[in-house]
Ligand binder design. Structure first.
Ligand SMILES: [Zn+2]
Length: 246
């Protein structure tokens, strides 16, 4: 699927860098055979692009993986990076957003550059929260939130996995529990209920699950998952959830 005019889209296959005759031979361009296109879905508070990568095969079941929504939970993006930079993916129409909160990643903070927890800023049961879960001045106040809302409205994935740290488990208190259990089994993580200490206000998965027919689930790795596991084992486990391969 090609995203519409809403998104600044670059078809990666057309980007061929000819070596200019006046220069020494340049290193070969990085090969990313899994990538069909990349799209900038919006920009952060500080103007950093939020990039989505289109992998897999259009026409198949559409799946979206998101990581680094909290800037200090950056390890699981290695899974998405490994899928993007690896071999061609078959059997699934896959999009990945490895760094949803680029300002938070750059600053090493959970929140965005406005000090807002993006996972409390969505217009689903939004509440005025302060402190660790600062929810912003109003629902959808943050450019990162609006970027993801626009992207999800256009993409309409059938499944979303949102990767976090460090609670170590897969949320079973969600819309599609069979999907949640399948993810937990495939990723060898325990099933857990992440109740946000009560009701989850303004979460991305809550908003998506309430507005769209698809199902989104939260996956939490531990505090320090090994890079070897995240870059080698976990990508294959994720593909297995959806019957995909490469
Ligand atoms: Zn998180």
């Amino acid at each position: 699927m090609r995203l519409g005019t809403l998104l600044a889209t670059a078809v990666v296959a057309t980007v061929t860098l000819a070596t200019p005759s006046y220069a020494a031979p340049a290193p070969a361009p990085v090969e990313r055979p899994a990538v069909i296109e990349r799209a900038v879905i919006g920009h952060s508070v500080q103007g950093r692009p939020i990039t989505a990568w289109h992998l897999g095969r259009p026409g198949k079941r559409r799946v979206l993986l998101i990581s680094t929504m909290h800037g200090d939970e950056g390890k699981p993006r290695q899974i998405l990076g490994a899928l993007r930079d690896g071999r061609r993916i078959r059997g699934i129409d896959l999009w990945v957003v490895p760094v949803y909160n680029p300002d938070g990643l750059a600053r090493g903070t959970r929140k965005n550059a406005h000090g807002v927890d993006l996972n409390r800023n969505f217009p689903y049961r939004w509440a005025d929260l302060d402190g660790d879960y600062e929810s912003g001045p109003r629902a959808g106040s943050e450019p990162e939130t609006r970027a993801m809302m626009g992207f999800l409205r256009e993409l309409k994935p059938s499944r979303i996995i949102s990767f976090h740290q460090p609670l170590y488990g897969v949320d079973t208190d969600t819309k599609n529990r069979a999907f949640s259990r399948r993810v937990a089994r495939a990723l060898h993580l325990p099933s857990k209920s992440f109740t946000c200490g009560g009701v989850c206000h303004g979460t991305m998965t809550g908003w998506f699950n309430s507005r769209f027919p698809g199902a989104a689930v939260t996956v939490e790795y531990g505090d320090r998952p090994s890079s070897r596991h995240l870059s080698r084992t976990a990508p294959e486990q994720v593909l297995r959830v959806f019957g995909a391969r490469r």
